[in-house]
Design a protein around this ligand. Structure first.
Ligand code: ADP
Length: 527
């Protein structure tokens, strides 16, 4: 019979199923036809073809069902005209109509059912395909991925929130066990190979049960995760640390996408990217920079020591002279007490100055950053020039200060700002010496910027200026054109100025020589 009992099922068992139901359907159909044709039962016997159709639906597809239904209708009509002739009575005709209607309705329902079944199967197979694709991405990617069950944890956090707790950090501070208990509630549903590699999981120690043990309890990231779950966030990205099986702490970038559907919290996808090496490199670089900065400060202080000795010589010499004068006033008969007091005051002033110079040098070498203070740029500049007087005289370089308006004080660390000025002025003096310039002048200009928020300090020299390479690399660490240069001075100067919210730029002056410009933010009115 070619009415499509080929089955929707491909397996041997399915074929058997098709045969049984197909056979039953044909058997019932034949029996109904026999009764309808050869017995004189006055009833809508053909209605029973519907039962045969119901059985056929278990084995046939849509086309098969419609073909079988058409065959049953034909048999019903044949039996009707065979039994009642061309002129049937009304009763018999109505029975025929009922039987045909029942066949048509059953067929329509079965066809609809079949369509729905086919749609379901299509959806199912699409779902399976997408699941396979997801699995292959999940397991194949080199990003560490987990599917974690956060449902228990979410439930716990939601009930805490209902009790009025909304700040995880505060709650954790008052309940030392809280974070540890929360970590215990996170279960791993699945982990890919990269995730196992990251945690150093082996077949003996698979990372497939719980996250406890891998998350440090003092981790800042876990607090953020808990807060995000409690607040119903949709996504979280945070720097985090994990402890691998061999006890190694790794720095990772953690990313979690929380589902909108709260019932899906049992399969939350979590990813981690190992940034340990990058973090280590960053730390090493920061340490090296700090070390270099200290070394450079020491070098600067070394260079300064000659000026320092010279600078100390002056107050010490003055102290000696004033002490001698004081002794002389005292030896007078009667002693001139007023003159003695004036001498003593001068001794005190010079003594203070000497100790200030020593204190500055010491704080320059100290590793702990001093507190920010109000810097009077005028005073700092003249103090710096006094400090450098000796060097500048040796280089036969004059310094001119141009200031046409009042300059307010700026916030910063005095000794640091002094270091910047010393670097720029001594670089200028070196450039002038290297150029063997006739005019040996460093011009320092102090003025207020037009924006009203910054102060501009510019240092200009009469050297040869910056060539193309220097203009490009001048602030790069270790760039130097000097035989004994370190190439750190300007890069440290720039970081010091930028740390105060300012900028340091270098260019050539249109009339020759290099021009360095420092822009520093003025003190805020409310500060
Ligand atoms: P160093 O003085 O140890 O070389 P710096 O960072 O202070 O380190 O300077 C880097 C380089 O920038 C110098 O070697 C020099 O080539 C160039 N430079 C700095 N200041 C000037 C200037 N005023 N004129 C010309 N070149 C300069």
């Amino acid at each position: 019979m070619a009415i499509g009992f080929h089955g929707l099922f491909a397996t041997h068992e399915a074929e058997h199923h098709d045969l049984v139901f197909g056979g039953l359907s044909l058997l019932i159909g034949s029996a109904v036809f026999a009764v309808d044709m050869f017995t004189g039962i006055e009833g809508a016997v053909a209605v029973l073809y519907s039962i045969a159709l119901l059985f056929a639906a278990q084995a046939a597809n849509r086309k098969g069902l419609m073909a079988l239904s058409a065959a049953f209708i034909a048999l019903t009509l044949f039996a009707f005209f065979f039994g009642h002739g061309p002129d049937p009575d009304m009763q018999a005709f109505l029975r025929l109509v009922v039987a045909l209607a029942s066949l048509a309705v059953t067929t329509a329902l079965l066809v609809r059912n079949d369509e729905a079944k086919a749609e379901l199967l299509r959806m199912n197979s699409a779902l399976r395909e997408s699941e396979t694709r997801y699995r292959s991405i999940f397991h194949g990617t080199r990003v560490a991925l987990w599917e974690r069950d956060y449902s228990r944890l979410r439930h716990h956090l939601v009930s805490l929130k209902a009790r009025g707790i909304s700040d995880i950090k505060l709650h954790a501070r008052d309940n030392p066990e809280f974070i540890r208990d929360c970590i215990q509630m996170i279960e791993i549903v699945a982990a890919n190979a990269a995730a196992n590699d990251l945690l150093g999981a082996t077949p003996d120690h698979p990372s497939n049960c719980a996250m406890a043990g891998y998350i440090p309890p003092d981790s800042a990231a876990i607090t953020e995760v808990l807060q995000a779950i409690m607040d119903g966030a949709s996504h979280l990205e945070h720097d985090a640390e994990v402890i691998s099986e061999n006890g190694e702490t790794k720095s990772v970038l953690l990313s979690i996408g929380f589902p909108d559907d709260t019932s899906a919290f049992n399969r939350v996808v979590v990813s981690m990217v190992d940034v340990t090496q990058r973090e280590e490199a960053r730390k090493t670089l920061a340490e090296a920079q700090a070390e270099l900065s200290r070394a450079s400060k020491a070098a600067t202080v070394g260079v300064l020591s000659a000026s320092l000795a010279h600078e100390l010589n002056q107050p010490l010499g003055a102290i000696v002279v004033n002490s001698q004068t004081l002794l002389r006033w005292l030896a007078k008969d009667p002693p001139d007490l007023e003159a003695t007091r004036r001498s003593a005051e001068r001794i005190l002033r010079d003594g203070n100055r000497a100790s200030e110079i020593i204190k500055n040098t010491r704080s320059m070498l100290s590793a702990t950053p001093p507190e920010a203070e109000h810097i009077d740029l005028n005073a700092l500049l003249s103090e710096t020039l006094t400090l450098m007087e000796h060097d500048l005289q040796r280089e036969r370089t004059a310094v001119e200060i141009i200031q046409e308006e009042e300059i307010p004080s700026v916030p910063g660390i005095k000794i640091e700002m002094q270091q910047v000025l010393i670097n720029l002025i001594s670089n200028a003096a070196h450039a002038i010496a290297a150029a063997a310039a006739k005019r040996r002048l460093v011009t320092i200009t102090l003025k207020n910027e037009h924006d009203g928020e910054h102060v501009l300090i510019s240092v200009r020299d009469t050297g040869n200026g910056l060539d193309l390479e220097a203009a490009r690399k001048i602030f790069t660490p270790f760039f130097t054109t000097k035989k004994n240069g370190m190439g750190m001075g300007l890069s440290i100067c720039r970081s010091a100025i930028e740390a105060r919210g300012g900028t340091l730029e270098a260019r050539n002056h249109p009339e020759g020589g290099a021009l360095f410009e420092i822009r520093l933010p003025k003190e805020k009115a409310d500060a």
